[in-house]
Design a protein around this ligand. Structure first.
Ligand SMILES: [Zn+2]
Length: 253
């Protein structure tokens, strides 16, 4: 028997040039979502972002140019965060909607601490000082994780994700990995992406998360990661339809 559970859908790398059809599809299917946006794309498609805000789909910060934060100086990290923060502020003003809470997600999940997104990795590469300095840049700008209901995964506790101001995810749809020529984790096409959504042990690029019961075999709520990529425009609606079929109650935090 499948457990019905809460799900928070987050969509990264917006707004692409094909953002609006995706927004419309989510509205039609009554699935709420948060869009983590790249600053330079917000500058290209401000009207799309304003529509999203006005439709109740939050526009949030995913850096200005989508770098690996571990490759940047601390000054550059600050600019990536602040520049996009100001762009988003201006968009909310233009939309005439109050920016209720601020959320940030690191590109590639790379928190700038030299682990490059491998959150379970320990050892000498982990620069705790850089980690904290960057977290404090976020906190100083009032970024914080929203209050989720019922997320309890050992791997998230172990990685101490709850101490941080940025927003992580518990389940990666991994549609970004779709490739016939260079498949990651053997994901070659849409049917394999969809099959993975039914999987008992979905693999994850962040490590051996399958060591605990996950996804549909766990009662934990989920933060789902999907992307707004032109390369996967043709399968976006199929993925949303499939997610809607699963025993998930979609909501905003
Ligand atoms: Zn991204």
């Amino acid at each position: 028997m499948k457990i019905r559970k809460k799900a928070y859908l987050t969509i990264d790398d917006s707004p692409s040039k094909n953002f609006l059809p995706k927004l419309d599809f989510l509205i039609e299917k009554e699935i709420p979502a948060i869009f983590f946006c790249i600053g330079n794309l917000l500058e290209k498609h401000p009207e799309a972002a304003i529509k999203s805000i006005q439709a109740g789909y939050p526009i949030e910060n995913h850096s200005y140019s989508h770098p690996h934060f571990s490759d940047l100086t601390l000054g550059e990290c600050r600019v990536e965060i602040e520049k996009t923060d100001k762009i988003i502020d201006a968009l909310y003003r233009q939309a005439d909607i109050k920016r209720a809470q601020k959320m940030f997600r690191f590109p590639y999940g790379d928190k700038g601490d030299m682990r490059r997104g491998l959150i379970l990795k320990k050892g000498r590469n982990f620069d705790i000082k850089r980690h904290e300095v960057i977290q404090n840049i976020l906190r100083d700008l009032d970024y914080n994780q929203p209050k989720y209901d019922g997320i309890h995964y050992n791997f998230m506790d172990k990685a101490k994700l709850w101490n941080d101001a940025d927003m992580s995810w518990s389940f990666d749809v991994m549609e970004w990995a779709t490739s016939e020529k260079k498949p990651t984790f053997g994901i070659k096409n849409l049917s394999q992406v969809l099959r993975r959504l039914d999987s008992k042990r979905p693999k994850d690029c962040r490590g051996n998360l399958w060591l605990e019961k996950r996804w549909l075999n766990s009662p934990s709520s989920e933060i789902i990661l999907l992307h707004d990529h032109p390369e996967t425009d043709d399968i976006f609606n199929n993925i949303i339809d499939k997610l809607k079929e699963l025993p998930l109650d979609f909501r905003l935090p």
